[in-house]
Write a protein that binds this ligand. Structure first.
Ligand code: IPM
Ligand code: MN
Length: 350
């Protein structure tokens, strides 16, 4: 029996999570896997009512779950940063989900803005470090509000943090067993301290994986190759900030935010799975948002729990439904949010 904490969150988050749960319930009956789903109301609405984002005790309580299934965090009436740092980043940091795993995969029948690129050309995974870098909140203001104001925000790279991420990426590349190629994406020509550390650790760990081919690309060049020659990539390992940026580009080339899923992974603890598209407030309650990303995130959750066959069934059923959809964009799918969820749930088979 898997205990899953469900955080629908803000905007369309609860709607897409509802469809994901439909699919997981179907998985439960077809594969005889038992789930217990517990709902939590963390998000913008609760914050506006109570002033609480998520307390230390509430985060601690999530440790007793096998995984967390998250919709989206971000509310139009809350100043940017409060919910993001107070909930999403707090969960990632406190639960030490040090990997953000983001597959970039173009499924058949999905439109990509890249001319002449086919599913076989766009199939790679970004391993984004998820607990360090510019995301640590190290910095501050001096003389705030005056004309002599100074603001700093430090980029943190620790030996431990970089090494565990790089090791995970090598292991993942080996286990994925496709082209067995791992590309480090950094900016060693400018970030001569933090990324020198990344470069040294990457090459050191590479020595333990003679069967994994290594490659390097500066982040600016990475964005260029992702558009021009995405087929060059198998697995990319990168820093938190660069990973944030390149995975939005990745989501676009794989067909949009409606289809991009991700996992915040602590290999020794509680991991959290989410569609990466955000709360899309303008579509809230309209039954038009694409739930496929949330459904695929549920599939990633199953894979991380070790339920490989069930995970594959979720992906296969999603692919079958995607092939019938007119578009991956909200309101243009040819089906409603709940219809897409129903169709995937019905398509789950052994
Ligand atoms: C993401 C998001 C978050 C991030 C925001 C909402 C804090 O953009 O998951 O990519 O920057 O990591
Ligand atoms: Mn992002």
């Amino acid at each position: 029996m898997y205990k899953i904490a469900v955080i629908g969150g803000d905007g369309t988050g609860p709607e897409v999570v509802k469809e994901g749960l439909k699919v997981l319930k179907s998985v439960s009956s077809v594969f005889d896997i038992q789930f217990q789903f517990d709902d939590f109301d963390y998000g913008g609405d609760r914050y506006l009512k109570t002033g609480v984002v998520i307390s230390d005790e509430e985060v601690d309580n999530l440790r007793k779950y096998d995984a967390i299934y998250l919709g989206a965090i971000g509310h139009p009436d809350v100043k940017p940063g409060i919910l993001e740092t107070g909930i999403l980043l707090k969960l990632r940091f406190v639960l030490d989900q040090y990997i953000n795993l983001r597959p970039i995969k173009l499924y058949p029948n999905v439109e990509t803005p890249l001319a002449n690129k086919k599913p076989e050309d766009i199939d790679f995974v970004v391993v984004r470090e998820n607990t360090e870098d510019l995301y640590c909140g190290v910095g501050g203001f001096l003389r705030k509000g005056t004309k002599d104001e100074v603001a700093t925000q430090e980029m943190i790279a620790t030996r431990m943090g970089v090494e565990r991420c790089v090791r995970y990426a090598f292991e993942y590349t080996k286990k994925r067993n496709r082209r067995r190629k791992l590309t480090l994406c950094a900016k060693t020509n400018v970030l001569t301290y933090a990324h020198d550390l990344w470069w040294r650790v990457f090459n050191e760990v590479a020595g333990e994986y003679p069967d994994v081919e290594t490659d390097y690309a500066h982040v600016d060049a990475t964005t260029m190759w992702m558009v021009k020659n995405p087929e060059w990539f198998d697995v990319i390992v990168t820093t938190n900030m660069f990973g944030d940026i390149i995975t939005d580009l990745g989501a676009m080339i794989q067909g949009g935010m409606g289809i991009a899923a991700g996992g915040n992974i602590n290999p020794n603890g509680v991991s959290m799975f989410e569609p990466i598209g955000g709360s899309a407030p303008k579509y809230t309650g309209k039954d038009v948002i694409n739930p496929i990303a949330a459904i695929l995130a549920g599939g990633m959750m199953l894979e991380t729990l070790g339920e490989d066959a069930a995970a594959k069934a979720v992906e296969d059923a999603s692919i079958a439904v995607i092939s019938k959809m007119k578009s991956m964009s909200a309101g243009k799918m040819g089906y409603s949010t709940s219809q897409v969820g129903d169709m995937v749930a019905e398509g789950i088979k052994k």
